[in-house]
Design a protein around this ligand. Structure first.
Ligand SMILES: Cc1cc2nc3c(=O)[nH]c(=O)nc-3n(C[C@H](O)[C@H](O)[C@H](O)COP(=O)(O)OP(=O)(O)OC[C@H]3O[C@@H](n4cnc5c(N)ncnc54)[C@H](O)[C@@H]3O)c2cc1C
Length: 462
């Protein structure tokens, strides 16, 4: 893994695989608000994914103006435009580990933040009329591994004890029979389901959500410059930053890195600390015997050395009924290790893609039926995540670098972290780093010297 973490991180690549969500790129995909790059700006935000969009929105909402956003490719074409569309935090699955490593208070804070993030994203879409197929609903984890099933049940108990009557997800444990009857899995063979856990989650088109937030920002005066790569940052002697881009330079009083898996290309201290990881996703037409009214929940399928995650496109959405399933990491060559360190989302690993392509009839067994005559696979693509040694994002001002702000490194988990982290970052930028922020924002997400020197071992089982 050391070798993979040491691969120099590149800029976002040209001509990535086309994600399902971007089959019809939005009208602002290639927008440049002004023909040429402004010479100066109060704030430059690098990256136009959910983080960049949420930081811009919060800044504009708190009275800031003169913000320029630089994006290497099309608007929202990083992980946010290429993910699995799942707003799901299996908080209970990490709860015991966080309790052991960081104490109950931190474990509770993280679980609360994740749920608050899910709710806030769907509520924001509703409040602002963002058409992104927002579908808050329950989810089920179908567990195929005995040891994990035992631990999952303990974890649910531990969370119930630690967060009684709290703003925590309500978890329901299901027997293998219930999983078969209510959730259509594990029928028609010995698929080895041990049981399931259901709780609050949701799905949406993160691409459309991100674009929707960007449009709100544009209406408030954001200057968006797409197809503009940032090549370098230089600290100016009398304060502020010179941002070198593929289209000339721009001076800014402050800079925000919302560059997730690509951050180390701009700020070398993150080399080996925020490590790119390529993820695979497919969109598949549902089988003939799948429920005509759609599946009631979203899914994860948890097996010994990894998991797959899955949503169904809700009623009224484009390609209604399609199933979007991603994961399969540990099924790749060398247990998926080759996926670390690469920023190449122009290609995919055949073995992982084939595993995803055949997974649905395996999971749904007799309930799948015949494949759609047009073929099961509608689309398959990859995207780049940013993984950190301890599994937490980096949020705050860069140590010793005044006015260089960071919110990056969201693992495969950004739709349940980025929104609240952006909110926290903007509070810090506005001088509101106080007890109230500490009451909900985990200090483990802040940038420390110690975290910048951790060894990266990869997290194949997250
Ligand atoms: C295949 C895949 C599936 C996923 N599935 C899920 C899921 O189902 N649920 C979930 O919660 N999370 C999921 N994630 C993770 C989630 O999508 C990310 O954590 C989240 O989108 C991160 O958002 P972001 O805005 O921080 O980063 P991004 O969306 O990656 O945005 C960063 C932006 O910065 C730009 N950029 C980078 N470097 C430069 C530069 N030098 N100059 C200019 N621009 C630059 C990039 O082009 C990019 O647009 C998935 C990720 C992938 C890749």
């Amino acid at each position: 893994m050391d070798d993979r973490a040491a691969i120099p991180v590149t800029l976002p690549r040209s001509n990535p695989t086309q994600s399902y969500w971007q089959l019809e790129p939005d009208e602002i995909a290639d927008l440049r608000s002004t023909d040429s790059l402004p010479e100066k700006a109060e704030t430059v935000i690098i990256g136009s994914g959910i983080t960049g969009a949420a930081v811009a929105f919060n800044l504009l909402n708190s009275g800031a103006n003169d913000i320029v956003m630089l994006e290497a490719r099309q608007a929202c074409s990083g992980a946010t435009g290429r993910n699995g569309g799942h707003t799901k935090a299996a908080s209970y699955r990490s709860f015991l580990y966080y309790e052991e490593e960081y104490g109950t208070e931190t474990a509770v804070k993280i679980a609360r933040l994740e749920l608050a993030n899910i709710r806030a994203v769907h509520a924001f879409a509703k409040e602002h009329g963002i058409e992104c197929d927002s579908n808050p609903c329950d989810t089920i984890d179908v567990v195929y591994d005995e040891a994990q099933w035992e631990r999952d049940q303990q974890a649910v108990e531990a969370m119930r004890d630690a967060m009684p009557g709290d703003d925590a997800s309500v978890y329901t444990i299901h027997s293998a029979e219930e999983v078969r009857d209510k959730f259509f899995c594990g029928c028609g063979g010995d698929e080895g389901v041990y049981g399931g856990v259901s709780y609050e989650a949701g799905s949406l088109s993160s691409y459309k959500f991100g674009i929707g937030v960007l449009k709100l920002c544009l209406a408030k005066g954001l200057n968006l410059q797409t197809n503009t790569s940032v090549l370098d940052l230089e600290k100016l002697e009398d304060g502020g930053w010179k941002v070198e881009t593929s289209r000339g330079s721009i001076q800014a009083k402050r800079v925000v890195l919302a560059t997730n898996g690509y951050t180390a290309r701009i700020w070398k201290k993150f080399q080996g600390i925020i490590v790119p990881l390529r993820g695979h996703v497919t969109a598949q037409r549902q089988g003939s015997k799948m429920p005509k009214d759609g599946l009631p929940v979203t899914y994860s399928f948890i097996y010994e050395d990894g998991y797959d995650y899955m949503i169904q496109r809700p009623k009224g959405s484009q390609f209604e009924g399609d199933i979007v399933i991603g994961g399969g990491l540990a099924k790749g060559d060398n247990e998926g290790i080759e996926e670390y360190g690469t920023t190449d989302d122009t290609a995919f690993d055949d073995v992982i893609m084939q595993a995803l392509n055949r997974s649905l009839p395996e999971y749904f067994g007799d309930n799948w039926g015949q494949d759609n005559p047009e073929g099961r696979i509608r689309n398959a693509w990859t995207g780049i995540m940013g993984y950190s040694p301890d599994g937490f994002p980096f949020v705050g001002e860069m140590l010793g670098e005044k006015d260089l702000w960071v919110s990056c490194g969201f693992q495969g988990h950004g739709m349940v972290l980025c929104w609240m982290c952006a909110r926290a970052l903007v509070r810090m930028m506005n001088g509101g780093d106080d007890d109230e922020l500490d009451s909900w924002f985990p200090e483990e997400f802040r940038i420390t010297e110690e975290r910048l020197h951790l060894d990266f071992h990869g997290r194949l089982h997250t």
